[in-house]
Design a protein around this ligand. Sequence first.
Ligand SMILES: [Zn+2]
Length: 280
Amino acid sequence: MIDQTNRFALRNRYLFKGRLVMRTAFHIGGGKGTLSSSQSSSFKGALRSIVEKLVPTLPEKAGLFSCGLVELSDEEQLKERLDTEQICSTTRPKYYTNKRRNNPSKDKEINQEAIDKLCHTCLLFGSPYTASRININDLYIFQEDEWKGIVELRDGVAIDRDSEKAIDGRKYDFEVVPASAAFDLEITLENVTIQDLQLISLGLSEYVSGLGVIGGKRSRGLGVCRLDPLNVYALELTGIAEGNRNKLLRNYLLNTNLSEKFPEKSTGQEFLNKHIDTIF
Ligand SMILES: [Zn+2]
C-alpha cells in the first residue's frame, strides 16, 4: 500500500495539454510578444475566479465549498457562522497568527488544523497554509516565429471616473496580440482528490466553450479565448493491486511518449462530462 499519510508520495498525476486560441485580441501589458510566467498566473487567477463563481451555485449534495478569499473581520458574524458552516482558514489569517503566537510549541498542530479547514478551492489553487496542487506552464506563443513582433498598439483614452468625460491630453497606448494568436497550455495536477478534478473541470469548461478569458482589460472585450484541442492524460496509483501499480509506474518512468506513458487518455470534453456529471 502507498502510505496515504506521506504527502510527498506520488499518488496520481494528471496532465492537461491543449491550445489556447485567442478569439479577441489579448492585452500583454508591457511585454514584447513573448509571454512570460506572468500570463500563466493571469490564467490561473482567471481559472480560480470561474471556480469561485460557480461553486456557491452548485447543488448542496456535491459537498463542494469555496471561500472566495473574503477575509472575515466581524467576530460576531464569525461566531454565528462557526456553528453552522465550515469556515476556510484562509479567511481567518489573524485567528491563526494569534493562535500560533500564543502557543509557539504547537506550531505544527495549528498549521495542520488550518489545513484541515481549508475550502476545496484553496486546496487546489493554494493558500497561505499549503502549496497549490495545480501547476501551469509558462504560456508561449505557438509557432512563435510567425508571431514575433506582431503586436498592435491600441489607443486608450483616460476617462475621469466622476464626470465620465475624457481627460484632455491623457491618451495612452497599450499593446495587444491580435485575435487568433495561440498558446500552448500545459496544466499538471498532482496528488489530487475527486473534488480537485471536479473543480478543474468547472473552470476549464468555460475555456472549452470559448468563453474563457486571460490577460488585462477584459472589460474592453479583450482576452476572450477557446481551449481547443484539449487532451487529458491520467496516471492513478491508488486503489489498485501492488503488482498492477508496479507495472503502471514502470511504464510511466520508461516511456517518453505521452500516450504510452499515461494509461488513461481522454479528450477535454470526455473528461469534463465525466467529472461535471458527478456534481449533479
Ligand atoms: Zn478557501
